[in-house]
Design a protein. Structure first.
Lengths: 339, 557
């Protein structure tokens, strides 16, 4: 009951915050210089007053700012995010189209980052100051500091172009067509279609961009896991457990890891939120039609409804993830539950 | 513990490698197919899992091209450069360019005739033309398509500026009444936005050619996902930022000489990715290579490269209005700048295949006087001209530039080159960068930029597009070049419009180029090349001015 109350409260906050975000982004997009007419009409067309007037009228840009705002917020109440100035499609439709690609990539990345990050963190902590520890630390620092677009090109160049170990850019090989959309996640949809070869192909296309995107979060998780395990290992209850003769593996897995993972959960949550916002450069290099590319194109076209739509989506991602992380805190750590 | 961790790590590594190599072998098989002449042929891969091949196991060609900016495939709105690849395959026009040289030739038109006063163009349609739907094409479809484009008031509606009204006296005849003689009307009618739509299908899906079409027409979303034309191919799938699929039109009315059954167009903007996927055989044609990536392909026998000039030009603009242009509004200073610029160096920055137009008309257009001699640069002469203008020690000036790229070369790079060149004669440029959508575009349109480097892509393949640079016309006015400043040059614009005879028009175009060779607010500094790469199993791949790539001309050898 308490937990339901907690979730209900968070949902209410989320709705209020989303309207706040919408208002803020709406004002900001109107404040910054940028004219959709200039961004979208050609050099000759923008000199034609009749064409410019028709364009402004079509997208309500000829209305006073206050009218535009109240119209937008009114529509938002009906979950109508408006029409994209650039593509002429509903913004909701565009987000539904590109978000699954980002979700699929983000989930794969966060899974890889979490598995390898925690694993490396444990190894590093257990073998503190050994060559293994130094090696893991080099990997994690590299992962955090390497520019993702450069890492993407590097990975593509060596692992795809030179060594042919991974498939090239795109979500599927040319030999497959996209599966019937159920979830928009190609691996899952291919499995639902009963085509395991296509699912494997989609999975293999996910790997290289996922590894690139996972590098940063994995570095953070490794470092957080290592430092937290080292902290926990020096606490009294671990010393007591050790004195009782518990094996090193039992000590870490049963007693230390649970406590050490709480801050790691925050890092994973933030990492996932970050990934779900889309990564423009990596998406461009890997020809991945996700939210990042959509956001970039919307910004360059001064496509205000789409920009606000993406901002709302990103805000919603963080809110949902934070709520889930808060709930998970309670599950992992009874002290949080009590408080 | 150590062993357990090691075992867990190794298991994960094996899983990752297995899946990775699985995919790799998939793409590898495509690469192998490429070597034997069937890259990306869905049919060749076969099997129940490979479902992207033609149903009959036919030939598939995979093209990679820039997807950013692709907004629509509705003929009434289409304007972006790469959309023409698709439009030209799926739709047809009354006239068409069958190569980069020469003039527009009849396509759907059988015969055409201008009235003596050049104010009426009568076109007769060929017999037996049908749309992909099977509907026969009539003059009503032609009138509907062109009126719709005009009344939608979108980007390409400017193509119909000189069309006053359209009459259809019978099913085969279309009569265009023009507002003024327009020597480029046939070229304009080749433009994809004036392609002929199946009006019955279009109307069923919300299209209208009424005067209020800009608000009443609702067919765009339908036409973005499918085509309703008479072209050799049909648009069967469009996933934004991902891929476009074209299938051969089974109901094509003419002879489809291409043996390509299916095109998969991957929207892949990154030049490095295009180079790698072309090299491995995953794609057959790459449309957005750069100088660097082209050099990476050297020595690859299965890949051929094209570095051919387009009609896109970069230019320096010096405002003629002294209150805006300051020192650069002086014709002597303008000529000094013209003499100081290093055209050869600029060509090297833009890449192999770049040329410098003789003057306002690009090399390759009808009536063009070709290219400017790269040794035109003369620093001593430039210094003297500057001294004659009253600036023996030069001067300081802002050079505004925007965040756009000129066929892959950032305009900021060109501005830096102009700055370096002018420093040699004492003109110190302060480069001011402004975003296109956030300031520069408005200032450029309103003619308030004093000194800038910009580029111009042609709307339709006709030298008349360059008339906009003349005094009193849209681009001329952006440089503060009023018609009354140079009435003789301004008059050439009208003369060119009225010269419906090619020889007469060529003569006027040559006059325009001579008049602006060493005079005026514009200096054309480079005509950009396109860098294409393609698998040598294909024939007919060529850089096309009007269509970027004319896929109807491609065959698999």
């Amino acid at each position: 009951m308490e937990r339901l109350k907690f979730v209900g409260k968070r949902l209410l906050y989320m709705i209020v915050m989303l309207f706040g975000v919408a208002t803020m982004v709406f004002i900001l997009t109107k404040l910054i210089p940028g004219d959709p007419v200039v961004a979208n009409l050609g050099q000759r067309a923008m000199s034609n007053p009749e064409v410019v007037a028709a364009y402004r009228a079509k997208y309500g840009l000829d209305q006073p700012l206050a009218v535009q705002y109240f119209m937008y917020m009114g529509n938002l109440l009906h979950l109508d995010l408006g029409t994209s100035i650039r593509t002429n499609n509903e913004v909701l439709f565009e987000l539904k189209r590109c978000f699954p690609a980002t979700i699929e990539l983000a989930l794969m990345s966060i899974i890889l980052a979490t598995i390898f990050g925690i694993l490396f963190g444990i190894i590093s902590a257990v073998r503190r100051n050994s060559i293994l520890d130094q090696g893991v630390r080099v990997i994690s620092v590299t992962g955090v500091s390497i520019p993702s677009f450069w890492f993407a090109l590097l990975m593509l160049y060596f692992l795809y172009y030179k060594l042919h170990l991974f498939p090239g850019p795109g979500r599927l090989s040319n030999t497959f067509s996209a599966p019937e959309t159920v979830t928009g996640l190609y691996v899952l949809d291919s499995l639902l279609e009963g085509n395991t070869a296509k699912a494997m192909d989609a999975l293999s296309h996910l790997l290289l961009p996922s590894i690139v995107l996972a590098a940063f979060t994995m570095g953070l998780i490794t470092r957080t896991t290592r430092s937290n395990i080292l902290d926990v290992m020096s606490t009294d209850y671990i010393r007591t457990a050790k004195a009782k003769g518990l094996s090193e593996a039992g000590l870490i897995l049963k007693h230390a890891l649970g406590n050490a993972l709480i801050p790691v959960l925050t890092v994973i949550g933030l990492g996932l939120g970050n990934l779900l916002g889309g990564m423009v450069l990596v998406e461009t290099i890997f020809n991945w039609p996700g939210v990042g590319q959509f956001a970039y194109e919307s910004v360059t076209a001064a496509d205000y409804p789409s920009i606000i739509g993406v901002a709302l989506l990103i805000a919603l991602n963080y809110m949902v993830i934070n709520t889930i992380v808060d709930i998970l805190y309670g599950i992992i750590d009874p002290r949080v539950r009590c408080s | 513990m150590k062993k357990k961790l090691l075992a867990l790590f190794m298991s994960l590594a094996v899983v990752v490698s297995f899946v990775g190599c699985g995919g790799g072998s998939g793409s590898g098989s495509a690469a192998e197919s490429s070597a034997v002449g069937s890259a990306a042929n869905g049919g060749s891969t076969g099997g129940e899992s490979a479902d992207n091949g033609s149903a009959d196991g036919g030939n598939t060609v995979v093209i990679a091209m820039e997807g950013e900016g692709l907004e629509t495939f509705d003929p009434g709105y289409v304007y972006e450069k790469y959309a023409h690849v698709v439009m030209n395959a799926c739709y047809e026009n009354l006239f068409k360019f069958y190569g980069n040289e020469g003039t527009a030739q009849p396509c759907l038109a059988d015969t055409y005739e201008f009235s003596e006063d050049s104010l009426t163009l009568t076109v007769t349609l060929k017999d037996g033309i049908t749309f992909a739907s099977g509907n026969p094409m009539t003059s009503a479809d032609v009138a509907f398509s062109i009126n719709r484009c005009k009344n939608l008031k979108g980007n390409p509606s400017i193509m119909t500026d000189t069309i006053d009204s359209i009459e259809t006296p019978d099913e085969k005849t279309v009569v265009f009444h023009l507002t003024e003689p327009d020597s480029a009307i046939l070229s304009k009618l080749t433009y994809n936005a004036l392609a002929i739509l199946d009006s019955e299908v279009a109307k069923e899906n919300g299209a209208t050619d009424a005067e209020d079409a800009s608000s009443a027409d609702t067919a765009r979303n339908y036409l973005d996902g499918t085509s309703a034309g008479s072209g050799m191919y049909v648009l069967t799938k469009y996933t934004p930022n991902e891929e476009i699929v074209l299938e051969k039109n089974a109901n094509y009315w003419g002879e489809n000489a291409s043996n390509v059954d299916r095109y998969v167009i991957q929207l892949q903007g990154d030049a490095n990715s295009q180079m790698m996927t072309l090299s491995t055989g995953d794609i057959d044609v790459a449309l957005n290579l750069t100088d660097d990536t082209v050099s990476e392909l050297e020595g690859n026998d299965s890949v051929a490269v094209l570095n051919d000039p387009t009609k896109t030009v970069a230019f320096v603009m010096m405002n003629m209005d002294e209150s805006i242009g300051g020192q650069v509004s002086d014709p002597k200073v303008q000529q000094a700048i013209r003499k100081a610029l290093d055209y050869k160096g600029t060509q090297e920055i833009v890449g192999s295949g770049t040329v410098t137009p003789y003057s306002l008309i690009q090399d390759g257009f009808m009536g063009s006087k070709g290219t400017r001699d790269v040794n035109y640069t003369n620093i001593e002469e430039a210094k003297q001209l500057l001294a004659d203008a009253g600036y023996p020690d030069g001067f300081d000036i802002d050079l505004t530039v925007t965040d756009l790229a000129f066929e892959g070369t950032p305009l900021t790079d060109l501005a830096q080159k102009v700055k370096d060149d002018l420093a040699l004669i004492g003109i110190n440029c302060n480069i001011v960068t402004q975003s296109w959508a956030a300031g520069y575009g408005d200032a450029y349109r309103d003619g308030t930029l004093g000194f800038t480097v910009m580029y111009w892509g042609v709307d339709y393949a006709d030298p008349n597009v360059q008339l906009e640079f003349l005094p009193g016309n849209s681009v001329g006015l952006r440089a503060g070049w009023q018609a009354d400043m140079d009435p003789d040059i301004a008059a050439l614009s009208k003369a060119c419009m009225e010269a419906t005879d090619d020889a007469d028009r060529t003569a006027v175009l040559e006059q325009i180029q001579d008049a602006t060779y060493e005079y005026g607010p514009f200096i054309m500094i480079a005509q950009a090349p396109a860098h294409f790469g393609y698998n040598t199993r294909l024939t007919g791949v060529a850089v096309s001015d009007p269509y970027t790539l004319d896929v109807t001309m491609i065959n698999i050898a």
